[in-house]
Write a protein that binds this ligand. Structure first.
Ligand SMILES: N[C@@H](CCC(=O)N[C@@H](CS)C(=O)NCC(=O)O)C(=O)O
Length: 210
């Protein structure tokens, strides 16, 4: 059994998508970050950076194993099940490249864009423009990749697609709202549809349920 600590945000939804895809049994523990529950001492013992998602795997070979950081959790789960991440070779390299690209690039930049464009108490044009430009640039990089291959790691669906799906969906929606006249990203949109149709993605995007 895996304990999943999460909330209904793009980072929080990557892990239930992976758990659903891998068919692993899990218990959801909602951590309401709007109520500062991420600072509770019990949660900080698992996730010292006070961020969701985090897991505890009670069936790990050396006893209960906690993991924080979504990229580390995705690699951990994929390696545990030997699925969604090739064990060696170019497909593994590509899956890790695009997973880290998402965790270190698209996620933080789209997060800042969402904050400044949709939630900030006052509109800061400079910040909105800066993050919108960077998110559009990142989605352009993704567009170039997906013009050549169906999934980020190449021919097969992998943890790179799982990491990127919730953030790409959020980023495209935000850009459509603030820049409705800018040209679409057809390859990215096709990939969003392809990935979004997977039953595990549909189920994972509903976690944690209200
Ligand atoms: N690099 C982290 C980012 C996680 C993250 O930013 N989580 C946000 C929600 S999407 C959070 O828990 N924020 C609470 C806080 O910063 O106090 C990961 O990929 O797991």
């Amino acid at each position: 059994m895996i304990d999943l600590y999460t909330w209904g945000t793009p980072n929080g939804r990557k892990i239930p998508i992976a758990l659903e895809e891998l068919g692993l049994a899990y218990r959801v523990h909602p951590v309401d970050i709007g109520q500062n529950e991420q600072f509770a001492p019990d949660f900080l013992r698992i996730s010292p950076n006070n961020k969701i998602p985090a897991i505890v795997d009670h069936d790990a070979p050396h006893g209960p194993q906690s993991v924080f950081e979504s990229g580390a959790i995705l690699v951990y789960l994929a390696e545990k099940m030997d699925r969604l991440l090739a064990s060696s070779g170019p497909a593994r390299v590509a899956a890790l490249e695009w997973t880290f690209w998402q965790v270190g690039g698209l996620g933080p930049m789209a997060g800042q864009l969402n904050y400044f464009a949709l939630r900030a108490p006052e509109p800061l044009e400079l910040a909105i423009d800066r993050f919108a430009d960077e998110v559009r640039r990142l989605l352009g990089v993704m567009e170039g990749r997906l013009e050549k291959v169906p999934y980020l790691a190449g021919t097969d669906y992998s943890i790179a697609d799982i990491a990127s799906y919730p953030w790409t969906r959020a980023a495209v929606a935000t850009l459509e709202k603030i820049q409705p006249d800018r040209p679409p990203l057809p390859a990215v949109r096709g990939w969003l549809e392809r990935v979004g149709e997977r039953p595990a993605v549909k189920r994972g995007m509903e976690v944690p349920r209200a």
